[in-house]
Design a protein around this ligand. Structure first.
Ligand code: GDP
Length: 332
C-alpha cells in the first residue's frame, strides 16, 4: 500500500480497507476522524464521502446507565450472543472521565475480555466528552465507518452522567437504559429525564438474592413508563431483567430491539427518526463551526475580553452584553 506523509494512507486505501472489514484500517480511519489536524480532517472527509453509499444498514443502539450498573458486563454478554449468530458488532464506548487519564483503551479492552478477542467484534473507546462541541459528530462519523465495514449492530456506550445521553440518543435508533434494582430514590430521580428517552430498560444483576428485587423493580419501572406521554414511534418502551454472568434475559433484549425495529420500519418512524437525526447533526455542525470561527477571530477575542469586564463589574448583564458584543462586531 502506498503511504503518504505521517504514515497516512491514501484515501482510497482506507476506503478499500474499511469496505473489506479490516479492523486495523478502520481504527486508523477513526483516528483521522478524531484528529484535530486539518490535513487529517481532509482525508477523513474524502473517506466518508466514498463510503457513504455503504452506510445506514446497521441497527444503532445506545446503551447507558450509571457507573457500576453493569454496562460493560452486559455488552460483553449481549455481544457474545450476537457474534455467536455470526453477526458483526461494533462497540463505541464514550468515556468522558478518561480524557485526562487516557486510560480508557486498556480499561475497555480488559472490561470486555471475550469480545476484545472476538474477530466479529470491534471495540473502540473514545476518550472524549460528548458535551464538547463537535465531538458528537465524530462519533456519528465513526458509526458511518463501522457500517461501511459491515457491522450490523453498533452499540454506542455512554456513562449515565447527563449531557452525553442526549447526544447519544440523537444518534441511535434504539436507546437502552440499564438500571439497578433498589437503588436510592435520589438516583432514580436523576434518571427520570433519561428514562423518558429510553426505548427499553434493563434491570441488571437479576441473579441470586437479587432476582426478587429485580422483578419488583421491573414492575415499578414498567408502571412508571406508562405514565410518560406515548412516543411518536408507536412503540411502548419495555422493561426487562437480565443477568450477564448467568446469560439470562440477554436473548430477550435482542428480541425487544428486533421488535422495535420491525414495528418502526413498518410505520416509517425508523427512517423518519434517522432523517431528523441527520438534520440535527447538520444544525449542530453549523453552530459548532460558527462558534469556532467566531471565537478564532482576533476582533471577537478582543471584544470578548472587554465585555467580560463589563459583565463581571455588573455594568451590563450577560444577555445584553452578548447582544451588544455582536452588534459591535458587525458594525465596526
Ligand atoms: P459499568 O461501570 O456500568 O460498565 O459496570 P460493570 O460492567 O463494570 O459492572 C460493575 C460490577 O457489577 C462488576 O463487578 C461486575 O462483575 C458486576 N456485574 C455486572 N453485571 C452483573 C450481573 O448481571 N450480575 C451480577 N451479579 N454482577 C454483575
Amino acid at each position: 500500500m502506498k503511504k503518504s506523509r505521517k504514515s497516512r494512507l491514501l484515501p482510497d486505501d482506507y476506503v478499500r480497507g474499511i469496505l473489506n472489514g479490516d479492523h486495523i484500517i478502520l481504527s486508523r480511519a477513526i483516528t483521522l476522524i478524531e484528529s484535530s489536524l486539518s490535513s487529517d480532517r481532509a482525508i477523513a472527509e474524502k473517506i466518508i464521502e466514498k463510503i457513504l453509499p455503504e452506510t445506514g444498514k446497521s441497527i444503532r443502539i445506545g446503551v447507558t446507565g450509571v457507573p457500576g450498573v453493569g454496562k460493560s458486563t452486559f455488552i460483553e454478554a449481549f455481544g457474545k450472543h450476537i457474534t455467536a449468530q455470526k453477526k458483526k458488532l461494533a462497540i463505541l464506548a464514550i468515556d468522558p472521565s478518561s480524557q485526562k487519564t487516557k486510560g480508557s483503551i486498556l480499561g475497555d479492552k480488559t472490561r470486555m475480555e471475550q469480545l476484545s478477542v472476538d474477530p466479529l467484534a470491534f471495540i473502540r473507546p473514545t476518550a472524549t466528552s460528548l458535551a464538547l462541541g463537535g465531538v458528537a459528530s465524530k462519533t456519528q462519523e465513526t458509526i458511518l465507518l463501522c457500517e461501511a465495514a459491515g457491522f450490523e449492530i453498533i452499540i454506542v456506550e455512554t456513562v449515565g452522567v447527563g449531557q452525553s445521553e442526549v447526544a447519544v440518543r440523537n444518534m441511535v435508533d434504539f436507546f437502552l437504559l440499564l438500571m439497578l434494582a433498589g437503588a436510592g430514590d435520589e438516583l432514580q430521580g436523576i434518571k427520570k429525564g433519561i428514562m423518558e428517552m429510553a426505548d427499553g430498560i434493563v434491570i441488571t444483576k437479576a441473579d441470586g438474592d437479587n432476582i426478587k428485587r429485580a422483578k419488583q423493580a421491573q414492575a415499578d419501572f414498567q408502571h412508571a413508563l406508562h405514565l410518560f406521554p406515548s412516543s411518536e414511534s408507536g412503540w411502548s418502551p419495555k422493561v426487562l431483567t437480565a443477568s450477564s454472568p448467568n446469560k439470562t434475559g440477554i436473548r430477550e433484549v435482542e428480541e425487544m430491539i428486533s421488535s422495535f425495529q420491525k414495528l418502526t420500519v413498518q410505520h416509517g418512524f425508523f427512517e423518519e427518526q434517522r432523517k431528523q437525526q441527520k438534520l440535527e447533526w447538520f444544525n449542530a455542525e453549523i453552530s459548532s463551526l460558527l462558534q469556532r470561527k467566531f471565537l478564532e477571530s482576533a476582533k471577537a477575542k478582543k471584544l470578548i475580553e472587554q465585555f467580560k469586564n463589563n459583565v463581571i463589574s455588573e455594568d451590563t448583564f450577560p444577555t445584553k452584553a452578548a447582544r451588544q458584543l455582536l452588534i459591535k462586531l458587525n458594525t465596526k
